[in-house]
Design a protein around this ligand. Structure first.
Ligand code: GLC
Length: 535
């Protein structure tokens, strides 16, 4: 059994992702902002999360809603001023909430002064800050690499007669991370924010930062299906996850290590065996390579159970796990698994071993909102209109109350609200013991009170086509047995080779709380329980 030794805040804590355009508008322009977030800090404290990660708030032409940055150390006026940011940081810290920002090191905006210089001439000192290549003899792009948001990843520059590489939009040219000047400049960006006192970074597409030195063609993907983004036609063997990237990750970690208690979280969509390499040799990489299994795997008990075990088994020594159900790039959990299973998912997220990240609105069961084509904002949706890939549905305004636009704004919101916001909002759910919000808050409180749940060991107990179950234990503290029914049909559990005796402490439905358990347990479809075991 793992002793309840000293753990770091980001190991014990729960992170909450804020998509700032959609959290709270304070100046009634239809877009959320920093003063809006400040107004809602008390809510976050009440909810029981420990840290907020705010998606990019920096100066940007907004081609990709802030993931195209034109000044890494300036706040976009839409979101407020640096004074607003300083106040946010101070007020969050005063409430014991940590603040993480989004670092986007792989690419800048094409309007960033670095790129404007780089493209100005072939002999500009910043030419080599980006990835410029000659055309092939027939004038075509240097290789077959594709951009995530559709089409070739190479953009022709008429003035200087070369192509530049962009893994995302053409407005997002990739930096050349093999250039030491680029490395130094971005590490200084990190220091700028760390010096201000932020607690960490979520690092955008960290696994994209280094490309194959020889720019070899990517191979075809034999499993491609036409409903997928065109990007998936090829396997990104040479354009992502290159061995040398770990040297860059290490440099970033060393900067974080110059400060106390900071955390780096890497955005990485890779299979487990590759994902865990981003912890780095001897813990020299990011603290938390984001583990996206719960948002990519089919919602089936055996698949989920085996993914948990595979992940637990693959973690390096001292590698701390983490779990996520949703983010600003993916469909919301409730729209993937349904309202009833979303409650089971909440139990899973908040009782697995490792740091959970909650996506804003998940705690009130916000669902993907259908956005009519004329209103689509997301470039991924606009560029591939026939594939239902827009990320807008998961980015709609937070639903606070029953007033117009759910209390998000009195102006026209930048994205329309969900039709059900009159029922699915914070105000209504705070009063309802059956609500998703009450469930999330209950689970967050329990996790805070119980070391076994926050930092204890994880032992898988039994799984089948319906059930996922496991034990959480910390020496000197109560142990918990978690039994989840990932199906809609009743399931019947019987303890084997061990005894499961105790009381249901929290569950998908309040009715289950207080139930005594004596080695057998029947759950209805979509039910899950957390049992405090008798000592
Ligand atoms: C990451 C972000 C996504 C963005 C992309 C390009 O995947 O999460 O929102 O569009 O990087 O920066």
């Amino acid at each position: 059994m793992q002793a309840a030794q000293q753990h770091l805040w980001w190991q014990e804590g729960v992170i909450y992702q804020i998509y700032p355009r959609s959290f709270q508008d304070s100046n009634q322009d239809g877009v959320g902002d920093l003063p809006g977030i400040i107004q809602r800090l008390d809510y976050l404290k009440w909810l029981g999360v420990d840290a907020i990660w705010i998606s990019p708030i920096f100066e940007s032409p907004m081609a990709d809603f802030g993931y195209d940055i034109s000044n890494y150390t300036g706040i976009h006026p839409l979101f407020g001023t640096m004074a607003d940011f300083d106040q946010l940081l101070q007020e969050a810290h005063a409430r014991g909430l940590r603040v993480l920002l989004d670092l986007v090191p792989n690419h800048t905006s094409d309007q960033h002064p670095w790129f404007l210089e780089s493209r100005s001439s072939r002999d500009n000192p910043k030419r080599d800050w980006y990835i410029w290549k000659d055309p092939l003899p027939d004038g075509s792009p240097p290789n077959n690499w594709l951009a995530m948001f559709g089409g070739t990843a190479w953009e022709w520059d008429e003035a200087t007669q070369q192509y530049y590489y962009h893994g995302f939009l053409k407005e997002q040219p990739d930096l050349n991370w093999r250039n030491p000047e680029v490395q130094a400049a971005m590490l200084d960006v990190m220091r700028f924010w760390f010096d201000k006192g932020i607690d960490g970074f979520r690092i955008d597409v960290i696994y994209h930062m280094i490309k194959d030195a020889n720019f070899r063609n990517n191979p075809a993907n034999p499993d491609y299906t036409p409903n997928q983004a065109t990007y998936n036609q090829l396997l990104p063997v040479y354009s992502t996850d290159q061995p040398e990237v770990h040297e860059i990750v290490q440099m970033m970690r060393q900067v974080a290590n110059e400060y106390e208690d900071r955390v780096l979280i890497g955005e990485i969509y890779l299979p487990i065996s590759k994902l865990v390499t981003y912890y780095g040799v001897d813990n020299s990489g990011v603290h938390l390579p984001f583990n996206f299994q719960l948002l990519t795997l089919p919602w089936e008990a055996l698949q989920v159970a085996s993914a948990i075990d595979e992940y637990e088994g693959a973690l390096p020594q001292d590698g701390w796990p983490n779990w996520v159900l949703g983010n600003h790039d993916q469909p919301r959990i409730i729209s993937r698994v349904g309202a009833a299973q979303a409650r089971v998912a909440a139990l899973l997220l908040l009782t697995l071993r490792g740091t959970p990240t909650i996506y804003y609105g998940e705690e009130i069961g916000m669902r993907d909102v259908p956005i009519p084509f004329e209103e689509v904002q997301d470039p991924q949706g606009l560029n591939m209109p026939d594939k239902n890939l827009s990320r807008d549905p998961a980015r709609t305004p937070m639903q606070w109350d029953t007033s117009e636009n759910a209390g998000f704004t009195t102006a026209k919101p930048w994205l329309r609200l969900g039709r059900s916001f009159h029922r699915e909002n914070v105000l209504v759910q705070q009063e309802d013991e059956y609500s998703m919000l009450t469930l999330y808050r209950r689970l967050l409180q329990l996790r805070k009170q119980e070391p076994a749940l926050a930092i204890g060991s994880y032992t898988p107990i039994y799984s089948d086509t319906q059930i996922v179950s496991y034990l959480r234990q910390a020496e000197g503290h109560d142990s918990f047995f978690i039994l989840l029914n990932l199906s809609h049909r009743p399931c019947y559990f019987k303890a084997r080779n061990m005894s499961i005796r105790g009381t249901v402490e929290a569950a998908t439905l309040p009715e289950l709380e207080g139930m005594e358990v004596n080695d057998t347990l029947n759950l209805a479809g979509d039910e899950g329980v957390i049992i405090r075991l008798k000592r």
